[in-house]
Design a protein around this ligand. Structure first.
Ligand code: AMP
Length: 395
């Protein structure tokens, strides 16, 4: 299962990577973190006498070709990063690919075109997966960001290989998530924020009984506050799951996990950076006002809890951090996670927005591990075995 246990000499490694990088209007790559994250596995295979065939998705072309979602520019960036010539083929299956993968030599790299130009990829089509499998002798899955999807290239293709393993990035992701899930140092705190409770219900339920504290921030806090009779004004609320939120609070009391809800909030009279603002009690928000960030007392309480913890998981911002007047809660929580880490705690941060917040405040170097997979990390934390992981372990 480990990359180190495979002999790559004169073999072709078909590697599923996550090259789903962001582009600007001029079609330039704005963040190549994901390309860089794939380098260790690529280098490992090359250094050990193998050839590399890379496959990935980019965006959501929904089964149709799209010039904007071509991986060609990614191949060019990869070539620059490795200082090495790379062959890009504008398809991921078909005669041209078959010809090139047949003649590839050790030390060479081919990048295939976006897998999602074929709808069969997301459908997890078996015949498509079988065709892909013919491009290599060994299969490596290094695409943690899509490991929670049962797509042809992430889950189905694996069964056609005798030799398969996780890539170095995926191995690291799995190990780091295990650190939070199993046998971690106590107290353990999970900081859960973001817009909606509904998207994080599974994680919260699974963490109850396993962690000591769940610190709740962001829009999701108001569904919890409403469930205990709070007046939340015009704050974000998911009315249909108020009873579920109440049930979660009850279960947490039974299982000795303390859920911390905001005591005060930064309220605004509009969802805008120009709105009027005031700090008020989280359960006493007037009509016409909405809570867009946690308030100073909540920041103080949450910071203390985080700084006393030995294991920290963070997913989701504490407020509308994209707008300056409502970014303080997220900044202060990011600082608390960073300072606890300096004092020896282990911290795992995941999810696009929390990572964006860390980057915005230049704190990404001061946490223990940043996961490259938001959805995949959440599903792992829900206790699910990801299809991309199961395919390597079980097939
Ligand atoms: P998620 O994708 O669920 O992690 O949610 C992230 C989004 O939640 C960010 O874009 C935040 O602006 C938004 N958010 C955080 N706090 C609030 C809030 N109090 N009200 C509305 N949106 C919020």
């Amino acid at each position: 299962m480990e990359i180190q246990s495979i002999d790559f000499k004169n073999k072709r490694a078909l590697i599923r990577v996550d090259f789903n990088v962001p582009f600007n209007d001029k079609q330039d790559i704005t963040d190549d973190t994901r390309i860089k994250a794939a380098l260790p596995s690529i280098k490992y295979v090359l250094d050990n006498g193998g050839a590399v065939i890379l496959m990935s998705h980019l965006g959501r072309p929904k089964g149709k070709r799209s010039a904007k979602l071509s991986l060609e520019k990614v191949a060019v960036r990869l070539s620059t990063l490795l200082d090495k010539e790379i062959k890009f083929i504008d398809n991921c299956i078909g005669p041209e690919v078959e010809k090139e993968v047949k003649k590839i030599k050790s030390g060479e790299i081919i990048v295939l075109e976006n897998l999602r130009f074929y709808k069969e990829e997301t459908l997890g089509d078996d015949a498509f997966a079988k065709t892909l499998s013919q491009h290599g002798d060994v299969y490596i899955n290094d695409a943690y960001g899509t490991a929670h999807r049962a797509h042809a290239s992430t889950a189905i293709v694996a069964k056609y290989f005798k030799e398969k393993c996780f890539g170095l990035l995926m191995q690291k992701e799995i190990e780091n998530i295990q650190k939070v899930v199993k046998g971690s140092a106590k107290p353990i705190v999970a900081i859960i924020g973001g817009a909606k409770v509904s998207s994080k219900l599974g994680v919260i339920k699974n963490l109850i009984g396993k962690v000591d504290y769940i610190v709740v921030g962001g829009g999701m806090a108001f569904t919890f506050l409403k469930s205990i009779g709070g007046k939340i004004g015009d704050s974000l609320v998911e009315k249909d799951i108020i009873h579920i939120a109440r049930g979660i609070l009850k279960k947490s009391r039974e299982k000795n996990t303390q859920i911390l809800l905001p005591h005060d909030v930064m309220a605004a009279d509009a969802f805008s950076a120009e709105a009027n603002t005031k700090v008020c009690e989280a359960r006493e928000i007037e009509k016409g006002w909405m809570g867009l960030d946690i308030g100073p007392q909540s920041i103080a309480k949450y910071t203390k809890c985080i700084e006393n913890s030995k294991t920290i998981l963070w997913n989701g911002p504490m407020g509308v951090f994209e707008l300056d007047p409502f970014s303080k809660g997220t900044i202060e929580i990011a600082k608390a996670v960073s300072s606890a880490t300096q004092k020896g705690a282990y911290s795992l941060v995941g999810g696009g927005d929390s990572v964006a917040a860390l980057k915005k405040f230049k704190l990404e170097q001061s946490v223990s591990y940043i996961s490259t997979g938001g959805g995949a990390m959440l599903e792992s934390l829900e206790g699910k075995i990801l299809p991309g992981v199961a395919a390597i372990v079980n097939s």
